[in-house]
Design a protein around this ligand. Structure first.
Ligand code: NDP
Length: 332
């Protein structure tokens, strides 16, 4: 089998030479394990943090060892009562074509109910992140004007659409004119801007003349500053990610105008989707109905083959994706 290993901790933007693809033997199954042939794997921004040798909420990747992350595959052998050959499972051992894992580390998914990659995106972790972040962390209330950054990405595109479906005015930002056109033309955002077009505070103020009440932050840094500047009193910020700083050596995303939060009585709340697993059932139920009625648009950017996985990950941090960035491992 083949796996992608981290061979050097990236400094700044990761390079393909920080990774290598290695052939390894498949271990024999122990009791209550499954052998999975992966078909799809996810690359996610949080993986960049795990490439640094730094303490965090999740341990760093080890050097000269396989990376891991979300994957969907088919069970090809099982010593567990819970899974049979042919089952489709979601699990955490991506970055390899074949995975051996304890059965309790996998969850069965129904490939007839939704396409396999949906379980890594719209019906999976990114979707739940958007849902929990908006509803439970930002406490979305009737009448709120919502701003979403990273709005053409996996989490942001879902967050914006959930807010729209609940009747809010929604403003988005993204890094290209094509993405801005997608937000307004396809996802139904009320307004959107390309953050490379000028001063972000001025761009946001132009798109939100009455200010904003909720900010779903995927980016940090100048985006967070702009949101604080444009927030109405008692505004709420769900701090989901700070991708603008992930490749910078000190990872800083500090807004220079944080003191404005005092007079405006703002709430800034960080959150991790892993604390919101109990909401998955509500989310999937609500999202499945929206998808069935054609009320939600969803895209994936697909890169083919395990060898291209490092490139997909590097591209993700450069904004080469619209919607969820995925690697297809079992190309037909
Ligand atoms: P995306 O699909 O949004 O991909 C990342 C995007 O980041 C790129 O497409 C790019 O879009 C954008 N980007 C890269 N550099 C910059 C920059 N300097 N300034 C602004 N935008 C930039 O990824 P996800 O949807 O998976 O994740 C979005 C955010 O949510 C990330 O910050 C991630 O860490 C966070 N997250 C947090 C979770 C939690 O539990 N708290 C769970 C899941 C995700 P563009 O072309 O617009 O620049």
């Amino acid at each position: 089998s083949r796996q992608v290993q981290l061979v050097a901790r990236p400094s700044g933007e990761p390079r393909e030479t920080d990774f290598r693809v290695v052939e390894t033997a498949v271990p024999d199954l122990e009791p209550d394990q499954i052998l999975v042939r992966n078909r799809w794997m996810s690359v996610d921004p949080y993986m960049r943090g795990r490439m640094n040798d730094a303490e965090s909420y999740i341990p760093p990747f080890a050097l000269d060892a396989p990376l891991d992350g979300g994957a969907v595959g088919r069970v090809v052998a099982s010593t567990s009562e819970r899974f049979a050959e042919g089952d489709t499972v979601l699990h955490g051992l991506g970055w390899r074509d074949v995975a051996v894992l304890d059965a309790r580390g996998a969850r069965a998914v129904d490939p007839d109910a939704a396409p396999e990659p949906a379980y890594l995106g719209i019906l999976g972790m990114p979707g739940l992140t958007a849902y929990a972040g908006l509803l439970d962390v930002a406490g979305l209330q009737e009448g709120d004007v919502v701003f979403v950054s990273g709005a053409a990405g996996a989490v942001g595109s879902i967050a914006g659409q959930i807010a729209k479906l609940r009747g809010h005015r929604v403003i988005g930002s993204a890094g290209s004119a094509e993405k801005v056109a997608y937000l307004v033309g396809k996802l139904g955002f009320d307004a959107a801007f390309n953050y490379r077009d000028g001063d972000i505070t001025a761009l946001l103020a132009g798109a939100a003349p009455d200010g904003i009440d909720v900010y779903f932050d995927n980016v940090g840094a100048e985006h967070l500053e702009a949101a604080i500047a444009c927030m109405n009193d008692h505004g709420r910020i769900a701090m989901c990610g700070a991708v603008a700083g992930y490749n910078s050596p000190d990872g800083t995303c500090a807004p220079r105008n944080l003191a404005l939060a005092i007079g405006k009585r703002l709430t800034l709340r960080g959150f991790l989707v892993t604390d919101h697993g109990r909401r998955m059932r509500d989310y999937v139920q609500e999202m499945a109905a929206w998808l069935k009625d054609g009320r939600v648009a969803w895209r994936e950017t697909v890169v083919d083959g395990l060898d291209a996985a490092p490139r997909a990950f590097i591209g993700l941090l450069r904004g080469e994706n619209t919607g969820k960035m995925l690697v297809r491992l079992d190309a037909p």
